[in-house]
Design a protein around this ligand. Structure first.
Ligand SMILES: Cc1cc2nc3c(=O)[nH]c(=O)nc-3n(C[C@H](O)[C@H](O)[C@H](O)COP(=O)(O)OP(=O)(O)OC[C@H]3O[C@@H](n4cnc5c(N)ncnc54)[C@H](O)[C@@H]3O)c2cc1C
Length: 398
């Protein structure tokens, strides 16, 4: 294997991904490393994009080496990575690995929407890349998704690119008020999904829209269809490592409240853990949260060997973090994040461990699938007891 000039191959910590989560983790760890804080090369950030985002500047200022055009393609050992760069292949051996690889929206091919396969159909991420590259995105667009909160960012990108959104369609029945306000001026329908894509000569001509409550269908002309939401974690590296995945989840790595993954010395942060949830600031909070557990690991302080699993029951599908260890801090979100199989209008939560009810409380209505579980609902959990069970009843009839 050959090395790229200036790239440390044996950093203390390697961070994969220079988004808000990875950059915040790298900056915080570089600043906190004992002995020689800020010494260049102790923290290495690998980012596959040609340029690391603005977030990475703080990591670099703190002494982390940020390397763009460096794609991690696999593992060469428990904390060793294989990296592809324009200069060739590298092997990076670290003492700790932080996975902050983010999430992506499910592409059209995986959404099983029938119809033609014309150009002009994209996800929000693809739309952003097209706009950034100065490519045309049409003049009249339909934006579709599971929640208005996921639809409006695409509408905003389209507006900036000079394309009009002729319809925002969401499968949700009662979108959040703030999201509807953000969509002001855009024709918006709820309880609607795209049931067919219509194209001719390789170009998008329109879409068929189905009202999921009545089954009624209509067609609408458009030259751009943006499919939003429906996030999946970028978990190829987590899978390749054989990391445990969150039970019932969409492939997010199983993490404890300190954001440790199942392999010692491997950590996870950002939307890799909570795809589609939270702002850039929230992802960065994960990165900051990791600093103490990563530096503790580097100092040879192992976490408690036992962990209490936290289990989500229907209509909840999964929860993150899902392990509670003695001595660990609360998670960075003020509690846990649970994913429901549908928006819950008036969720009534029951938390149980062994034969004890730890908490019973009504939670605020949720517009989307994510139900924040307040940390105080788990305050009485015995961290050496049996599994903690989360159950939710929706008090509002569907
Ligand atoms: C359309 C849209 C608009 C948004 N607008 C806002 C907004 O206005 N304000 C806001 O706060 N938030 C916004 N968000 C949300 C915000 O972008 C995310 O919350 C945030 O980027 C998540 O940070 P992250 O670090 O977890 O992941 P990401 O930002 O996705 O970073 C992950 C990084 O890992 C890299 N990577 C992945 N795999 C590898 C690999 N194998 N090797 C090397 N590198 C790899 C990726 O290239 C990527 O740069 C928006 C999101 C979308 C989709």
């Amino acid at each position: 294997m050959t090395g790229a000039p200036g790239l440390p191959l044996t950093p203390d910590v390697v961070v994969v991904g220079a988004g808000p989560a990875g950059a915040a983790a790298a900056a915080g760890i570089a600043e906190a490393l004992p002995g020689l804080p800020g010494l260049p090369g102790r923290v290495l950030v690998l980012e596959r994009q040609p340029e690391a985002t603005g977030h990475a500047a703080r990591a670099a200022a703190a002494g982390a080496v940020v390397r763009a055009e460096a794609t991690v393609t696999g593992w060469a050992g428990p904390r060793a990575l294989e990296v592809t760069t324009p200069q060739g292949l590298l092997r990076v051996d670290a003492r700790a690995v932080v996975l902050a690889t983010g999430a992506r929206e499910r592409p059209r091919a995986a959404r099983l929407i029938p119809g033609d396969r014309p150009a002009g159909v994209c996800t929000t991420g693809q739309l952003r890349r097209l706009v950034a590259a100065g490519q045309g995105v049409g003049t009249h667009a339909v934006v579709a998704g599971t929640a208005a909160a996921a639809v409006w960012p695409a509408v905003r990108v389209l507006r900036a690119a000079g394309s009009r959104t002729v319809l925002a369609a969401t499968t949700d029945s009662a979108p959040a008020g703030w999201a509807l306000r953000a969509l002001a001026g855009v024709p918006t329908v709820t309880r609607c999904r795209i049931s067919r894509v219509i194209g001719r000569g390789g170009r998008l001509q329109g879409v068929e829209i189905e009202n999921t409550a009545t089954g009624q269908r209509r067609t609408l002309a458009c030259d751009c269809l943006v499919l939003t939401g429906d996030w999946l974690p970028e978990n190829e590296l987590a899978r390749a490592a054989g990391l445990d995945l969150t039970p019932g989840g969409d492939g997010t790595p199983l993490a404890d409240t300190a954001l440790r993954a199942s392999r010692p010395g491997v950590f996870a942060a950002g939307t890799l853990l909570h795809p589609g949830w939270g702002s850039a600031r929230a992802a960065a909070r994960d990165g900051v949260h990791l600093v103490a557990p990563v530096t503790a690991w580097l100092a040879g302080r192992a976490p408690a060997a036992t962990a209490v699993p936290i289990l989500a029951h229907a209509p909840l599908r999964w929860v993150t973090p899902a392990l509670l260890r003695p001595g660990d801090p609360p998670p960075p979100y003020g509690g846990l994040l649970a994913w429901a199989d549908r928006p819950l209008r008036l969720p009534r939560l029951t938390v149980r461990q062994d034969d004890r009810i730890l908490a019973r409380r009504t939670l605020p209505p949720r517009p989307g699938p994510v139900v924040p579980i307040p940390w105080r609902a788990l305050a009485r959990a015995d961290r050496e007891g049996g599994p903690v069970h989360l159950r939710v009843t929706d008090l509002t009839p569907r």
